[in-house]
Design a protein around this ligand. Structure first.
Ligand code: TPP
Length: 338
């Protein structure tokens, strides 16, 4: 069945998926040049998940992205050069050069940084959703994590809490088949992540995570349900990690055929084909998106490299709570929009 999408949505989705891939490519290059000393994680091959879902957020909603969800940061409005500055450990990054890894967030953009990449964020995301419910705000949290996260205790506790309190949250799992070097079959005895959560009492759906429109549709339904006060939904987006765990990892433990098989399902190439076949976008319009992405990524790197390194005298600033600021570090800006 041919999926339909408007030209406006189609080009935005394609733009963000391409932007994420290109920005990660450039960040990888900086890492290989020795300019990044921390870890570099990619969501290569998984772009449809964060792009297809985060694009649905309204200004007052909150996203809790994992280390493979760069498009969620971009869609929420975090400036690409600030992201690059973060990786480069520069003063203009969101941690002012303290973390050369992916632990970044921006309360201004309603992006909560993950704590550990393995489920520790899920109870925090529940807390944000609980605050929406408590304040009678019709906002929703999108909480992202990998398959490995679902093997952790706090994940199960969080699912149960979300279910019992009917929290306005969508749990979005990227099942990319591996948690570092551990394949899914070595970490759980059921076939699907949805099998794990079905006992909690809320809808769980398996989604083709390499089909951006499928992710979009499933998230739209889940967000509408959450806004109606009917509680959470778990989406298991099936995909593949088209890289090592991080830039230092050659992924020799992954059979080559799997990479070949999943390369044929590239979410960007697939979506381009859908858009072209349905005459939603022309080849020339797609090329314009490519050129725009290339120029913007180039500019992001240029600007980030101009940012200074942090002053060692500021090393401890904002590391410990400063009560003199009279501001809770976790207070979200007032919700706008709905
Ligand atoms: C509590 C904890 N244990 C281990 C790690 C190291 N670690 C970081 S990410 C990761 C694998 C995550 O796998 P998954 O949840 O499937 O997400 P993916 O990286 O595949 O997207 C591991 C073992 C960690 N950060 N925190």
């Amino acid at each position: 069945m041919m999926q339909t999408v408007s030209g406006e949505l189609g080009s935005r989705l394609l733009y963000y998926m391409k932007f994420m891939r290109e920005l990660e490519h450039r960040i990888e290059k900086l890492y290989r040049q020795g300019k990044i000393v921390g870890g570099v994680f990619f969501g290569r091959g998984q772009e449809a998940i964060s792009a297809g879902s985060a694009i649905l957020t309204e200004p007052g909603d909150v996203v809790c992205p994992s280390h493979r969800d760069l498009a969620a940061f971009l869609i929420r409005g975090m400036e690409p050069w600030v992201i690059v500055a973060h990786y480069l450990g520069r003063r203009d990054g969101p941690t002012r050069g303290r973390d050369g890894n992916t632990h970044m967030g921006s309360l201004k953009h309603h992006i909560i940084s993950y704590i550990s990449s393995m489920a520790a964020i899920v109870p925090v995301a529940n807390g944000v959703a609980f605050s929406f419910q408590y304040r009678k705000q019709s906002n929703v949290v999108l909480c992202y994590f990998g398959d490995g996260a679902t093997s952790r205790g706090e994940w199960h506790e969080a699912m149960n809490f979300g279910a019992v309190f009917k929290l306005p949250i969508v749990y979005i799992c990227n099942n990319n088949q591996y948690a570092y070097s551990t394949p899914v079959s070595r970490q759980m005895a059921v076939a699907h992540i949805t099998d794990r959560a079905s006992g909690y009492g809320f809808p769980c759906h398996r989604v083709d995570g390499n089909d951006v429109l499928a992710v979009h549709e499933a998230t739209k339904e889940a967000m509408a349900r959450a806004r109606r006060g009917e509680g959470p939904t778990l989406l298991e987006c099936e995909t593949f990690r088209m890289s090592g765990h991080s830039a230092h990892d050659g992924a020799e433990y992954v059979p080559k055929e799997l990479f070949e098989q999943w390369a044929r399902k590239c979410p960007i190439a697939r979506f381009e084909k859908v858009l072209l076949e349905a005459s939603v976008l022309s080849r020339a319009e797609i090329e314009q998106i490519d050129q725009r992405v290339e120029a913007e990524v180039e500019e992001a790197v240029r600007r980030a490299e101009l940012s200074p390194y942090p002053d060692p005298a500021e090393l401890l600033l904002n590391v410990f709570a400063d009560t003199s600021e009279k501001q809770s570090p976790i207070a979200l800006p007032k919700a706008e929009g709905n």
